[in-house]
Ligand binder design. Sequence first.
Ligand code: HEM
Length: 500
Amino acid sequence: MSLLEGFVSLESMCATCGLLFFCFTLVFSCFSLLVFISRMKPWCNCDVCKSYLTISWSNKFVNLCDWYTHLMRKSQTGTIHVHVLGNTITSNPDNVEYILKTNFHNYPKGKPFSAILGDLLGQGIFNVDGHSWKFQRKMASLELGSVAIRAHAMELVNEEIHARLLPLMASTARAQRVLDLQDIFTRFSFDNICKFSFGMDPACLVPTLPVSDLAVAFDLATKLSAERAMNASPFIWKAKRLLNMGSEKKLKDAIKVVNDVAKEMIKQRREMGFNKRNDLLSRFMASIDDDVYLRDIVVSFLLAGRDTVASGLTGFFYLLSKSPEVEALIREEVGRVAGPGQEFPSFEQIRQMHYLNAAVHESMRLFPPIQFDSKYASEDDVLPDGTFVRRGSRITYHPYAMARMDNIWGPDCLEFRPERWLRHGVFVPPCPFKYPVFQAGVRVCLGKDLALTEMKSIVAALLPRFHIRVVQPDQEPRFAPGLTATLRGGLPVRVSERKC
Ligand code: HEM
């Protein structure tokens, strides 16, 4: 056989293998699609599924979460099924405790979730189950629990408040401009979480600086990753990713920017030394060598600490703007605890502000930054309210709906009433399964204390100095689709300086 003949037969062998591979992939994909479709029951004709598919719910409700809440309020068990999505949604605290604690091992994040966020988060804590999660959880709990790290985190918050936030608010007040408070809080929390996680300052809150590439790329990457979940089937986004087209191409480009920044930060740390630094990356570098794993861990923290805090603060100021009496009580408490002549309350003083703590908890009850959170059942199971859960199906707990249940919070559940958290003026911590705003149980949020202190520090710095008024307080909040609750159109406010 000549060399040419050999080459031709090799080429035809490759072509045959390619064809076989293609056929196999096609058959496998069709089979998976059928399994997927059969699980979702796309033919379901029940009222809920019909309303979901025809979007007729939007005739009566502004947001999908409001429609789900309405359905859960009507349900005897507080649990509903959206068959076409293969999703069981619950507002029942007993179910929540069972999923997040009692039978935690049966309810991991699961592959469908990990696939959606996998390109952005890789093997980071947010996106993994099993050993990798356990390892990161242990390491991160140690770090976030350490006194040095907490003190460092609070120094960063203080610095951002005093050097950037207060001057920006003062200049807005002087210029009598309308300000998008949601945007300001997003910039604040991004600066803060980048300094905390990477030891890097993107300076998003400095008005004269161009918007940071990292912030834009990170924003786009989280938005596009979340939009994957809105496709009728994961095969759609997976096919687009394979062909590198449309939103998947944009996502890939955005993730590349995030990766490049992360790589550069890790390289710099290796060159400059990381032993004496307090940012999370430096601390993790002491025990991890793998740069990709380091990148994944730190990017999860960016996601965890950015939009959540911004969303919590936006909801807080929206509610406060409609509750002058609550605002007056917080001001009174900040002035009383901080004492006369003290410019800024210390962290110890902030800890003593029970009414402020109650108000922040109450605002996140009504507007939880993460409105719902899903798990996937590993095995068939029955929830405490009798609901059957099929293996592989999705189960969602819904803090937004839970806040609106009379049987959990009483007949005044729709009211913003910080007093419900106080006994004789002292803050009483919530039952985590009635208030899973920070999740609860085995995988409870690791940044809860940091987030609450950050939020309270910002409120305690802003309220004594400024009147902040929402431009359209009577407009019902409209949420944009995404991983965290974000208001469409932001939160436009007017700011004026108070005479202290
Ligand atoms: C108001 C602000 C915040 C809220 C409402 C919040 C809420 C949550 C929720 C609901 C989860 C569970 C997510 C899931 O498993 O699907 C979570 C997990 C987590 N949060 Fe937060 N979070 C906030 C701020 C923060 C901050 C500032 C940090 C870091 C400094 C942080 C670090 C984490 C981490 C590491 C996890 C993963 C825990 C695990 O999987 O074991 N969070 N958070």
